[in-house]
Design a protein around this ligand. Structure first.
Ligand code: HEM
Length: 482
């Protein structure tokens, strides 16, 4: 009996140690739990920067992730400064994490001075879910359909302005696309405050100053306190916030009896405090015009090169819009090929290259791997959008990849340009498709779009992918019988 007791007293702690040691070790080194495989990937190059020097060397986080996954496969770890992160790049791994809601701060903290810390991109858990439930109806299918007439008017104004351009003169496509999408989102989200073209241009200029500075910060280039660069950023940022404060003020003073579904009204009705109110509006406006503006620029660029695609779009627009020549809530869903072109543009241009999630309470089990609680998980959306195993000859622009038959053959998570996880997909995806489709339909009905020969259009990958320089196009007016 006493021998048995001795065995128990000695053996139990020994066995417990055997079981616990690997777990403790794994927690300390960033590898998985007992029975799980080590996550492949990089060691930290130095404790302060982690692998950020490698990110810089590759040019951007997206280009770094392409390289990382080529080296290590669909799941790979690396170090964002002192923080280990795990990037995943396969439709199956996306699916397995598709219930996660919380976004890790490390991905977005650089953008805090612009969005403000009170804004939705930084909200997690019940607070984040409440905000999404409360704001999402402003960009639901029904709300977007009620915006189509607005998009149509803006598209007509754009086309009218372009028709005044002397024949053969180059059009600055990026600037024009951004003005269009900025007008669309401000009018749809703020009401009538931003109707003046000059004000919109000033807002866009201030935004450009801020955004380029933020993108520099993403590669580790932070402005010196008190430097000219910092002052320039602060002034531009202040200008945008003042314009928003004026819009909020005007809306508060505008009495109405109609049901209000606009974001600004929803925020006011819910007594959202002023600093948070500004943060939410700036997040939706920037989210709303920058990515969609880039979708429009890239689409115009691609169709100026792929003229057969452009002709097919024109034939569709002519047939669908008929004699009225207007996009309406009744006909927009019939612009099926235009939708295919927008999807192929989102894929080839990789308009939004990544998103991210984390679980700060529990380890995340992914196949044979366990990701320790609190580790940022990056969704390498752009890597998957150009993965040759999902998309043969991925660099080729081919909207037929999105024909219904081809779509049904693919894993549904292979095309997720708006994110997918935890019901936190981009809230503005319907809005983006509708405004860009309306712009494209109106442009194509009136003009043939040509590339400027010799122009090299190069992508700059940041939080959003934008052309490195202005994209120029030329137009010829279609005669009424072609
Ligand atoms: C082509 C156009 C667009 C693309 C590619 C795009 C892409 C994305 C992506 C990938 C995310 C991250 C989603 C995630 O974490 O799972 C996101 C978030 C967001 N987008 Fe968009 N977006 C576009 C247009 C818009 C529009 C038109 C709006 C406004 C109406 C908008 C507002 C936002 C906001 C506010 C968030 C943050 C939501 C949150 O934190 O829960 N986006 N977008």
């Amino acid at each position: 009996m006493s021998v048995l007791l001795l065995c128990i007293v000695v053996a139990v702690p020994f066995l417990a140690l055997l079981v616990l040691l690997p777990i403790i070790k794994n927690k300390m080194t960033g590898s998985g739990m007992l029975g799980s495989k080590d996550i492949p990937g990089l060691k930290s190059q130095n404790t302060k920067n982690g692998n950020l020097d490698l990110v810089k060397k590759r040019g951007s986080l997206h280009e770094f992730l392409i390289w990382l996954h080529q080296q290590y496969g669909p799941i790979a770890k690396f170090w964002l400064g002192e923080q280990m992160a795990v990037s995943i790049a396969s439709p199956q791994l996306f699916k397995e994490t598709s219930r996660m809601f919380d976004r890790p701060e490390v991905l977005m903290h650089i953008f805090k001075p612009l969005f403000t810390e009170h804004a939705i991109p930084f909200a997690n858990k019940e607070d984040g879910k409440w905000r999404r439930n409360t704001y999402d109806p402003s960009y639901s299918h029904g709300s977007v359909m009620r915006c189509i007439a607005k998009f149509q008017t803006l598209a007509e104004e754009l086309v009218e302005k372009w028709s005044q351009t002397p024949r053969g003169e180059h059009i600055p496509c990026r600037q024009e696309a951004f003005l269009f999408t900025l007008k669309a989102i401000t009018q749809a989200s703020l009401g009538d405050y931003f109707l003046d073209e000059e004000q919109i241009i000033q807002f866009l200029k201030a935004y450009d100053v801020c955004w380029y500075d933020m993108e520099e910060r993403l590669t580790g280039d932070i402005p010196q306190p008190g430097s000219e660069r910092e002052k320039k950023f602060n002034n531009a940022n202040k200008y945008m916030k003042e314009r928003l404060a004026a819009a909020i003020d005007l809306r508060r003073k505008t009495p109405t009896t109609e049901k209000r579904e606009m974001l600004i009204d929803v925020l006011i009705e819910n007594n959202i405090p002023d600093d948070m109110l500004q943060g939410e509006l700036i997040s939706f406006i920037i989210g709303g015009f920058h990515s969609s503006g880039n979708l429009l620029v890239w689409a115009l660029h691609f169709i100026s090169v792929y003229t057969v695609v452009q002709e097919k779009m024109f034939q569709e627009v002519k047939a669908v819009l008929g004699d009225t020549g207007k996009v309406t809530p009744d006909n927009i869903a019939q612009l099926v090929f235009i939708r295919q072109v927008m999807d192929e543009t989102l894929r080839v241009a990789v308009v939004a290259p990544y998103a991210g999630r984390y679980d700060d309470e529990k380890d995340v089990k992914l196949g044979d791997y366990v990701i320790p609680a609190g580790t940022p998980i990056l969704y390498a959306l752009g890597v998957v959008l150009n993965d040759p195993t999902c998309w043969p000859n991925p660099k080729k622009f081919d909207p037929d990849r999105f024909s219904p038959e081809k779509v049904s053959e693919r894993h549904p998570y292979s095309f997720q340009p708006f994110g997918f996880a935890g019901k936190r997909k981009c809230p503005g995806y319907r809005f983006a498709y509708a405004e860009v489709a309306t712009a494209l339909a109106n442009i194509l009905l009136r003009f043939q779009v040509h590339e400027v020969k010799g122009q090299k259009v190069k992508a700059k990958y940041g939080l959003v992918t934008t052309p490195e320089d202005e994209v120029w196009i030329t137009l010829t007016e279609r005669s009424s019988n072609n």
